[in-house]
Design a protein. Structure first.
Length: 622
């Protein structure tokens, strides 16, 4: 009788999950007679909108049901349940905003909310049982977590030559991209930076000034030494690609030192190397984000290595690399200084024995900031637009003006007309919920302190009157980072088109690919298109997936190894930056999180976790 009950429970859960996932269970009920018909009629009209027909649905339900029945004795897990609940909530909220641009799929009517709860349950069962299935398979296949090489190739790559081996793989896999796309690729922001350095545009602090002058300086050097802009560009992209290979190889070396499973080392090598055709081209692209994530991986790897090996009386290589990473992270992205500061503070709160190293790291960060401000003052470079850091509040103001124009007082209108350079109707028309560039363009570039104070006074007053509008604006602007099915602004291919021979301004740059025949470039670029279409693996191009992985790692460490969660601070800071960024679900903003994912995942599998190794006390004792 117990088995029958368990089977029925598994079957019901499977049907709910299949209906939720395959049927688009969360939709907007918009029929005009909805509020007038009996509940039973409404319920049947709800069901009639879905199609349960198809042999694929039968096989899907059978497979899901078998998994649920297999895991029937593994239901009690507080952390897994909490994490699955949160992911299910993120999914239904994201789905609602993706389909309707609002939370109406959740709260429009009472029956709409009931349907949302039903769909949430389906996703909850799916997420929970996927996690439980992974735990079950790891227990049944302990060899997957083996930390010792099984053959000569693994011994060569991960034991005998744990730095050189990964370096050779990463370098030669990326070399094909280096040759085919010589002298590199140029991203849109870098195009503006180069033009700033060459004098075609006014140079400002909108982009990191050292990054701007490094890019432009390489172009100038190529012109002076080789009379070639193409060679000048390679003077930037070539060393950057080599640096990426070295940093990734150092990370692979440290992961082996931490005694992570061999399977994890293979995962790092395939993800950073050539199997996933993403980092080879981004590491060869002139853009500030690439050098930023390279320095960030260096900083976090060295920090984790210091945590693992403990405190040493002498300055180690990891210490020097940690400080070097801090310098690069601070200089090559505006938000880098805040990431470093928060990381140091969080790490100090959990590991005060490292205070000397952390204090020196703070000094390096301050030095980098001082160098930037001093450099800008010496060269009379003005700061960037203030609106760059106000994406979320400006979007909230624009949506408020769009949805509640009658609730804007004369005093508020006067203040808003003063801080925006265009009339308010133009500001409303420029509102785009997923990107703030249109609204930001009309905000004063350098408002006074009084202007900002008056604006935020209006912002607060309108928030108190219509908080729902502000919340919806915020959710609509960030849902792509918490909903993996979003496709907008996943422009992982955007860095190709600027070198097609037509888009570059010949008066500013004369850059062309080394090979006129584009066959090889088309094949490699097509690999990225093909990757997007591969089931499951295509999700590696989803920004939301990396957020889910990060939150899963934090949940695991919170449950098992609380003290070590401090190592997730840089990744969590990146997530915070993405939430406050100008664009929703933008792959370029998630690049640092993508680059860190193999490293943080390795840490969860190493140390005192799944992979074994030193205990936390031993690490802290040094």
């Amino acid at each position: 009788m117990i088995k029958i009950n368990a089977a029925w429970k598994a079957a019901v859960k499977a049907l709910i999950t299949v209906w939720t996932i395959s049927g688009g269970g969360l939709f907007l009920i918009t029929s005009g007679y909805v509020m007038d018909v009996p509940v039973i009629k409404l319920f049947f009209s709800l069901l009639s909108s879905f199609d349960g027909w198809g042999i694929e649905t039968v096989f899907f339900a059978l497979g899901i049901g078998c998994i649920y029945y297999l895991l029937r004795h593994r239901q009690k897990s507080f952390w897994v349940s909490c994490f699955s609940s949160f992911l299910a909530l993120c999914t239904i909220v994201g789905k609602s905003y993706e389909e309707t641009g609002s939370w109406n799929c959740l709260f429009l009517y009472g029956i709409q909310s009931a349907a949302a709860v039903f769909v949430w349950a389906g996703y909850y069962f799916a997420y929970k049982h996927c996690i439980l299935l992974g735990m079950y398979l790891l227990e049944k296949r302990p060899g997957f977590l083996n930390r010792e090489p099984k053959n000569k190739l693994e011994a060569f790559l991960f034991e005998q030559h744990s730095f050189l081996g990964p370096f050779l793989v990463i370098f030669f896999c990326g070399l094909l991209w280096v040759i085919a796309f010589f002298p590199g690729t140029l991203q849109w922001d870098a195009w503006f930076q180069v033009r700033m350095n060459l004098g075609a545009l006014e140079k400002t602090g909108h982009h990191p000034v050292f990054s701007t002058d490094w890019m432009g300086g390489c172009i100038r050097l190529g012109r002076r030494l080789f009379q070639s802009d193409s060679i000048g560009m390679f003077l930037y992209t070539g060393p950057q690609f080599l640096m990426q290979c070295l940093v990734f190889s150092y990370a692979c070396f440290c992961v082996r030192k931490w005694r992570a499973p061999i399977s994890v080392s293979w995962g790092l090598l395939l993800f950073w190397g050539g199997f996933f055709p993403f980092f080879p081209i981004w590491g060869y692209t002139m853009v500030k984000d690439s050098i930023y994530y390279i320095f960030l991986v260096l900083m976090v790897t060295a920090l984790a290595d210091l945590f693992y090996t403990g405190i040493r009386k002498t300055i180690s290589l990891s210490t020097v690399l940690f400080w070097l990473g801090i310098m690069g992270v601070t200089l090559f992205r505006k938000e880098g200084r805040y990431l470093v500061a928060l990381t140091l503070l969080i790490f100090f709160s959990g590991c005060r024995k490292y205070w000397k190293i952390l204090l020196c790291g703070g000094a390096v960060c301050c030095l980098a900031v001082g160098l930037e401000y001093g450099y800008m003052a010496y060269h009379s470079i003005p700061a960037g637009s203030t609106g760059e850091s106000l994406s979320v509040p400006l979007l909230q103001t624009a949506r408020y003006l769009k949805e509640h124009p009658e609730d804007v007082t004369e005093e508020e209108r006067e203040i808003l007309e003063r801080v925006f350079t265009a009339d308010l109707d133009t500001v409303v028309n420029s509102y785009d919920p997923v990107i703030s560039d249109g609204v930001k363009a009309y905000f004063l570039a350098h408002p006074t302190g009084q202007d900002l104070a008056d604006y935020f006074k209006v912002w607060m007053q309108q928030l108190c009157r219509h908080p729902g509008t502000y919340v919806q604006t915020f959710l609509h602007h960030i849902h792509g980072y918490f909903y993996p099915n979003v496709h907008v602004f996943q422009n992982y291919r955007a860095h190709f088109w600027l070198l097609d021979g037509k888009s570059c301004d010949g008066n500013a740059l004369d850059i062309s690919f080394g090979f006129e025949d584009s066959s090889m470039r088309s094949i490699l670029e097509g690999g990225l298109y093909l990757w997007e279409k591969i089931p499951v693996l295509g999700m590696l191009l989803s920004p939301g997936l990396y957020v889910y992985i990060l939150l899963g790692e934090c949940t695991y460490l919170a449950a098992k190894r609380k003290k070590e969660i401090v190592l997730m601070a840089p990744a969590l800071c990146i997530l915070a930056v993405c939430i406050l960024s100008p664009v929703n679900a933008y792959m370029r903003y998630v690049l640092p999180l993508m680059a860190l994912m193999p490293l943080t995942l390795s840490w969860c599998c190493a140390g005192s976790g799944i992979g074994g190794g030193l205990s936390t006390d031993e690490k802290l004792r040094g």
